[in-house]
Design a protein around this ligand. Structure first.
Ligand SMILES: Cc1cc2nc3c(=O)[nH]c(=O)nc-3n(C[C@H](O)[C@H](O)[C@H](O)COP(=O)(O)OP(=O)(O)OC[C@H]3O[C@@H](n4cnc5c(N)ncnc54)[C@H](O)[C@@H]3O)c2cc1C
Length: 403
């Protein structure tokens, strides 16, 4: 339910930001009966896709969102990694099948516009209150947080900051973050192609970064192509026909002739981790808390585990009539998220840097790691399991239980 500004609102929880992380947090809380206000401008068009790992799909099923996503999503049954660095030491081609770890799929790939539309529809169904505009400033005191809006204010015991990379909530909480830009830009586009993808995602590791084709329904795939910024800008400006030919060449014609769909995107890559996921009455989720390059589909999957964790802690506190924004609750949230966030961002950073480096021992280490993963069954399976679902305890939503 969209409500006008110009009023003063109160809620137990205010979620700031209407990207996937904000919508999932707000839906989880509203579904658990916690009075929640979403403060979010209308979504910008986003032609990217997200590979949602199986546990994220389970969480969306549990929240009643996946039903509207399923027909737009393609299953990911196999992942193929091909070393296309042309360097002296190259890794062997490595294939992973979901069935090796007893799963039907690793997850599903879906266009963000369909995911966000399904989330918004579910939010409306749940009667979630939404102020359609930005939060302008936040001020915390001992009992809650006051949020200044274009007109009027909102007041909540807890703020969930889902306001992305340049997070106002993070700044208002006084949480510093360490950011490092990579000399890389991701070009994103969707293609249709002559051959079947056989539910297989193919990741070519090149010297400028990964070139990854991820299945979409039918004979379509999404491409995330990581390039140096100059090359990315020039490639972005190419005609559809020239770009299709270039993509087919880079993909070694694996999927046959290609045509490029409308809606290209360009994203400078960086890694950023907030020094804490919460402070006082403000908790951060998604890219407000951590940004990682698009390798191994960790970004939003990690973000959704933030959302499920904070929602679980808040719902438990609310049922017990406790203060849902109490600093001990947010401190617990910060502790619970620390290992998962640190281990994923470090792993993605190392893998990305091993591609960029000209340092032969680092290339050798990557080649050897992939060789060992290829040959040693238990190691392969452990890695696949850890990639799909972290060994540390999963939040309830990821296990298919309502919070
Ligand atoms: C090329 C690329 C490919 C990717 N592929 C994958 C993948 O396959 N799998 C995966 O898991 N992850 C992937 N990711 C990562 C994923 O896209 C991000 O993790 C995800 O989009 C972050 O969602 P979010 O809701 O945290 O932030 P955002 O989507 O950035 O949303 C933040 C929202 O906050 C709003 N906002 C900002 N300021 C305010 C304010 N003051 N008041 C109110 N609202 C505000 C913005 O308008 C925006 O809507 C990829 C990333 C890139 C760049």
């Amino acid at each position: 339910m969209v409500i006008d500004t110009g009023q003063n609102f109160t809620a137990e929880v205010a979620v700031i930001g209407g990207g996937p992380a904000g919508l999932v947090s707000a839906i989880a809380l509203a579904a658990a009966g916690v009075e929640t206000l979403l403060i979010a401008p209308a979504a910008e068009p986003d032609h990217r896709t997200t590979a949602l790992l199986a546990s994220s799909v389970t969480a969306l099923q549990t929240l009643g969102v996946w039903q509207a996503c399923a027909s737009h999503a393609a299953p990911l049954r196999k992942i193929r990694i091909i070393d296309d660095t042309q360097r002296l030491i190259r890794a062997p081609e490595t294939d992973f099948a979901a069935t090796e770890i007893g799963l039907d799929t690793f997850g599903h790939n879906i266009e963000n516009r369909h995911l966000v539309a399904a989330l918004e529809a579910r939010a409306t169904e749940l009667g979630l209150k939404r102020v359609s505009g930005a939060a302008l400033a936040l001020e915390s005191d001992a009992a809650g947080v006051t949020i200044r809006l274009a007109e009027g204010t909102a007041r909540a015991r807890l703020v969930i900051g889902a306001d992305g990379q340049r997070s106002l909530c993070r700044a208002a909480a006084g949480i510093a973050s360490a950011r490092r830009s990579y000399p890389q830009t991701a070009l994103t586009l969707n293609v249709s192609h002559a051959r079947q993808h056989d539910d297989t995602s193919t990741e070519f590791h090149t010297a400028s970064g990964p070139f990854t084709l991820v299945p979409l329904p039918g004979r379509r795939s999404s491409l995330v192509w990581v390039l140096d910024p100059k090359h990315a800008a020039a490639t972005f400006a190419q005609s559809d026909a020239a770009l299709a030919t270039e993509v087919e060449r880079r993909a070694h014609s694996l999927l046959g002739a290609m045509s490029v769909e409308p809606g290209r995107g360009i994203f400078p890559l960086a890694i950023e981790t907030a020094e804490a996921s919460a402070r006082g009455r403000i908790a951060l989720v998604g890219e407000a808390a951590h940004v990682a390059p698009p390798i191994g589909a960790q970004g939003l999957n990690l973000g959704l585990r933030d959302c499920a964790t904070i929602a679980e802690l808040v719902a438990d506190a609310w049922r017990q009539n406790r203060d849902v924004g109490a600093p001990d609750l947010t401190a617990r949230y910060d502790r619970q998220r620390r290992a998962d966030v640190a281990s994923r961002t470090i792993a993605v950073d190392l893998l990305n840097r091993s591609l960029l480096t000209d340092f032969i021992p680092a290339q050798g280490a990557r080649g050897l790691s992939l060789y060992l993963v290829d040959r040693i069954g238990p190691l392969r399976r452990a890695l696949m399991r850890e990639g799909v679902a972290p060994a540390a305890s999963q939040p309830r939503l990821m296990r298919g239980e309502m919070i």
